[in-house]
Design a protein around this ligand. Sequence first.
Ligand code: BGC
Length: 822
Amino acid sequence: MTAPARWAPGTPDDAESGSSTRSALRNARWIRPAEPRVAPPGQRPAHLLRRTFAVDEQHLAGSARVLAHVTAHGVYEFFLNGVRVGDEELTPGFTAYRERLQVQSFDVTDLLVPGVNTAVALLSDGWFRGRHGFERRADGFGTRTGLLAALVATGPAGRRTLVATDDRWLSRSGHVTRADLMDGQAVDLRLLDTAWFTGGGEPAGWAPVLPAEDALTADRDRLVPAEGPPVRRVEELAPRAVTRPRPGSAVLDFGQNVNGWVRLSELGPAGTHLTLTHGESLGADGQVDTDHLRAFVFATGERLPAGQVDEVVSAGRPGEVFEPRHTTHGFRYAQVDGLPEGLDLSGARAVVVHSDLPRTGEFACSDERLNRLHEVVRWSFRGNACAVPTDCPQRERSGFTGDWQVFVATAALLHDVQVFSERWLRDLAADQWADGRIPTVVPNPAGNRPSGVAFEDASAGSAGWGDAAAIVPWELWRAYGDTGSLAEQVPAALRWVEYAASCAERARHPERAARRPVPAPHERYLWDTGFHFGEWLEPGVPPRPDPTADHGVVATAYLHRSALLTARLAAALGWHDVHERCSAIAAGARDAWQREYLTPGGRITEESQANYVRALAFGLVPRELRTAAADRLAELVRQAGGHLGTGFLATGALLPVLADTGHADLAHELLLDEGNPSWLGMLAAGATTVWEWWDGVGVDGGVRGSLNHYSKGAVASFLHTHVAGLRLPEDPGPAEAGYRRVRIAPVPSAHLTWARTVQDTRAGRLEVGWEVADGVLTLDVTLPCGTVADVELPDGTARRLDGGSHRLRCAHRPPGALAGRG
Ligand code: BGC
């Protein structure tokens, strides 16, 4: 096992279309390891599947190249003649496997030799059969793992399959004695024979593989070429500190909460058994504390173990390394137990593992705390971009729809998330229920139907979560301006909107029905029934999902929003019927929301910061009442002691709404607040990623929930769009989306002397930066050719700019400005 072979991106003839992928695998059979007894979930070993095969010298010489096309039910690593193929991790990735299974295509031309060759796959449960989600149920997609692979040579004489999975492959369990994405991985290096990878080793222990034939493996239509950047090992962190909380134990502090694993290069003498427990916080005794990461069984409340425990038993061979590539963990700390005297841990590394998404956007300003906040948000995103966008990398690591809905626009300011999100939207469409409901997590192990778990099924289709079906395509359209995938995405959005509209029309909340026995006409569009998470996790409100609660004020707002966005997307496609249908629903829901929840004076009948933010952000407040509503929002913030009070859904829009409605000073105050709850308060308490709960680490030092949820990090958008001032139009026209038209409107605050942002876009690079000196604000703008910017300077003057570099100036002396501070 030496250096990885290079990765071959798909090429038109070999891998770009589903049909060529399927055709490359036509000679391959699905096989599964001999596994007479299936161990309990979390305890299942990885299996090796191997085939030694001969390659004719002439064939090799006559081949331009050889591609290995590989996929699995489970997670696989592929080796050829002892070399790990490619540099991708956790292949084949996570998709709605019943509908779509990715196939990787690697260029292995340089790894083959004339004569005898050996192909080996190391196969573990992965998402397919391993534990997954809040309840950590296993066997989500099937009870057996499987492998499908073929090495195909192409040359002037055409294509030839050199080897493919079939009944001539052998399998065995080996050194990976357990591997699970949630529970962790155990490796006993004493069991490893490296000769296995080059065709040698004791023949005993190998058994013929079994055919893996069932309805799922028979369905080859679901095989698709791998889409978008793969998961990779992206960075390594050395420990910042090593402490010894008790004899035989060390705690490695990597200084940063990440997703990935720990690599150890000193394993001690043969038989040394090290246990690594990964976590985000330390207890009072200095040991890793994972108690706050423990989930529970919905029905019984029984608490589940936190998992994230790796083990390695040394074989005492020089150069041995432990690197568990069949699991990942969310951690800043790793506690190593079982240390023999004198074992040197200085070579330990946290290996950061995530989807290798190109960086596109940067932000910096004169206040280091805000720069740090931006970086912490980006780390949270990096910790939750592992094959799919996840809620958190430790407790569930699931593709929660609401989380991506809330964060996708921010993510698109940091990294290129287009294909990453489009892939996920295909899974969303695949998992959509027949009635249009969207499950709360995508990909969903239960697929496009109920799972049978009461809470999970009841919570499918929550407003703010299912709305990912419309909001994610919309944000992709604004950021990338690509109509290519819209035709695929809009049908799912439409079905979601129809579902929500039909819920609104069909039923009434029992309390409203009791109060108002005869329904008012607007109630046809009032969505006040069904389960909704609501605003979720406002400060001091612990998660208590209540299926009987009336969340109409949230759900009707989202019905309007999703219908409006679907209407706009349909317009971009020229789908007039859909546009009209959704516009009518949007108008009906807006009217219903206003009649039910808005007073003639611009007050919301169910007052909360979040409800005002949502109403103003979604355009639910008529123009003439916006000032009154915004003033009331500002008043609520003041009444809360000058602290924010929003939760999961509205936090990202809080500061933009305040700044856009005449309360820029308050927006900046909240941004800089260090009290509780606040973003900088989190940082002051040591956060290196964004917490799930505002009081993730309480004043008492107690830890609650996950410390790595990106949703509240949506505030980073404000740094780009308002502090630096580079914004996308709210409703771009077809020729304007994807940064071909932008609005540049910096909202400087008294305490900042400069800010700037850079964004690499489909249109080219945009740069916006401003600086204040001696009462003058200087704005520098660079636009790619073809991009038009509507500039609004803080003094109210407006200009239109075209491609090129521009410098504008205006007088600027904000009250309370301190020259040179920041
Ligand atoms: C997850 C969230 C999710 C929420 C509501 C939580 O357990 O971590 O981020 O959106 O449930 O479904």
